[in-house]
Design a binder for this molecule. Structure first.
Ligand code: ADP
Ligand code: ADP
Length: 220
């Protein structure tokens, strides 16, 4: 069964009397262990789709199913709880906190959960992404690829079922990007996590099961 599914999703924005249809009748689903990329020109709705999948934004029309449950009309509070339980986020520019160590950055999503095992889990995850000897380094002491590995460890700390990535290799050279994609491949196979990545990077097609193309808010 699908871990997340969009059914007939429309997203309209109204700004100053003008209506923009960012998503038009989008049907999409992904399964555990699958790696899907979303491509398309600028303004085609990729970020909007990622925000809807990430429960950061709700559709104007249509249905969002998470683990076969309709989450379209949940309260903000319930939405936040589902997001924390199910979804990890990875960004082009890493979004690490510059004053915190690698280890502390990985722990950030747990800080308000008062989880005594968090430090141990964060350490294990950093070892897994190859940064066991960089636990106390701050982001400015790490390379781009290392920063993205810290961000991946952070995204995994709450054991999500879905990873959503926005241009995950966009700030990395080709070889470093490839090593990050190798890590994605390992994660989806070993953890059975679904990965959805918005990208312009043609390298991703060496790794993904399929590519979805958005043009003007519609899946082609
Ligand atoms: P992409 O990520 O493919 O560049 P977006 O999802 O960011 O596309 O945007 C799709 C369309 O929706 C664009 O026309 C954009 O200007 C519009 N849009 C996105 N977010 C907003 C918003 N918050 N308010 C108004 N229009 C928006
Ligand atoms: P990422 O969000 O993938 O890390 P960037 O931070 O470089 O990538 O932002 C990508 C694009 O999205 C930029 O054009 C930026 O202006 C825009 N952007 C990022 N965050 C926001 C936000 N909170 N609201 C509106 N636009 C944003």
């Amino acid at each position: 069964s699908h871990i997340i599914e969009l059914q007939n999703v429309w997203k309209r924005y109204e700004t100053g009397g003008e209506v923009v249809e960012a998503l038009k009748d989008v049907d999409f689903h992904t399964d555990p262990g699958e790696f899907v990329s979303v491509m398309g020109p600028s303004g085609s709705g990729k970020s909007t789709m990622l925000n809807v999948l990430g429960l950061l934004d709700t559709p104007t029309e249509g249905t969002v199913l998470l683990d076969d449950r309709d989450v379209t009309d949940l309260s903000d509070r319930e939405m936040t709880a589902r997001r924390k339980e199910f979804i990890g986020f990875i960004f082009q520019s890493f979004h690490l906190i510059p004053t915190l160590s690698a280890l502390e950055n990985v722990e950030v999503p747990t800080l308000f959960g008062d989880d005594p095992a968090a430090r141990e889990r964060a350490t294990t995850l950093l070892e897994r992404v190859g940064l066991g000897d960089r636990l106390d380094h701050r982001p400015d002491q790490l390379s781009g690829g290392q920063k993205q590995r810290v961000a991946i460890a952070r995204a995994l700390i709450n054991e999500p079922r879905i990873l959503l990535a926005d241009e995950p290799t966009g700030n990395l050279d080709q070889e470093t990007g490839r090593s990050v994609l190798d890590l994605f491949d390992e994660i989806r196979r070993e953890d059975d996590v679904a990965i959805v990545a918005v990208t312009h990077d043609p390298q991703l097609s060496d790794y993904t099961d399929r590519t979805v193309e958005l043009v003007d808010g519609r899946i082609q």
